[in-house]
Design a protein around this ligand. Sequence first.
Ligand SMILES: Nc1ncnc2c1ncn2[C@@H]1O[C@H](COP(=O)(O)OP(=O)(O)OP(=O)(O)O)[C@@H](O)[C@H]1O
Ligand code: SF4
Ligand SMILES: [Mg+2]
Length: 396
Amino acid sequence: MSAELLRVRGLSKSFAVGGGIRRRARLQAVAEVDLDLAPGETLGLVGESGCGKSTLARLILRLIEPDAGEILFEGQDVRALPRAELRALRRRMQIVFQDPFASLNPRMTVAEIVGEGLRVHRLASGAELDKRVAELLETVGLSPDQAARYPHEFSGGQRQRIGIARALALEPRLVVADEPVSSLDVSIQAQILNLLLELQQRFGLAYLFISHDLRVVRHLSRRVAVMYLGRIVEIAQSHDLYDRPLHPYSVALLSAVPIPDPVIESRRRRIILTGDVPSPVAPPSGCRFHTRCWLRERLGNPDRCVSEDPSLRALETGHEVACHFAEEVDDSAEQLQVTGRPARHRLPAASDVLASGALASDATSATADEPAKADGVSTPDGAAPIADPTPAAGDA
Ligand SMILES: Nc1ncnc2c1ncn2[C@@H]1O[C@H](COP(=O)(O)OP(=O)(O)OP(=O)(O)O)[C@@H](O)[C@H]1O
Ligand code: SF4
Ligand SMILES: [Mg+2]
């Protein structure tokens, strides 16, 4: 049996779109994704809207069928499982959805919603079921007295707590959290994130934590995967990604995240990606990011970016990056600006770029005298609680 909880290889999914008299086109939502997740670990998944995050989540849970690829969960081949065994496996893999309004049945009471899985799997009934529901509500910071109420009687944060209680009912080992706080106010977001951290420590849960917000992901994740147009373009330990992003797209995403140090922040410049997000119906040839890549432009638009699709490769920094020229990002003016840290040892430059003379000189020393990184955000390994401006877990 695999040491990993979850192992995904080459996972792909395309959807038929269009129609009528036009031939139906295929939209490639997820393309050859590889992921690993250890028990009790959190992997953050970030990327712009439409890049395939939710599709990937649904594929992993087999809520939709993949076109290709392998999904192993606790060593079991998820794609090969017959329906009855898949149902049993779903007890150990649960999902929390983005929209706490749409994801709870308005005609069911909280007790019915939270207890549904226990009933369906015949794990509890009668007084035992009521007791278990009451415990679950307490676990997520709600009162058991609220069990007979309906979802519309709760605030957004409280509804998300109900969704989390429902996910926990079957004692899963993996919870896929698909933008679980995106629809909530910032103060409520902090409460829900702290609840997720607390539950992870208490129950040893692993999370695949999906968000378009890099700040939110950082709080929870030991590792972070960055997705672009259906592909993973970078995976690294969380602190490495935020301190030393090596894919030009990751650098651009991070440039939009403010650093809580006014001096450093005042010197930062956002990297605005040129061009629209390409259509996943006709993704760009070679590297999918080449139509918007600031590095390619700086390197003199090498043909390789257009002709050769970069696969994820491991660098000595421990990052896996899908860029032919990732070494050129290290200690570049852009990377130093975005992270606000001083220059240090740079990865050896890619020999083919140096040989071609295509590498434009970058201002690696321009920010070398900047103060050390002052991003005061806590890291997930320390699991420090997130600053919460409101005192209690009331959410209302
Ligand atoms: N059932 C479907 N039929 C056709 N296209 C789909 C379907 N589901 C998703 N897509 C398309 O697949 C792509 C990826 O969608 P997905 O919902 O996975 O993105 P996402 O990263 O979760 O975006 P968001 O951040 O907005 O939630 C999008 O272009 C979307 O329009
Ligand atoms: S392979 Fe080329 S286009 Fe793609 S990210 Fe790297 S430099 Fe940019
Ligand atoms: Mg989504």
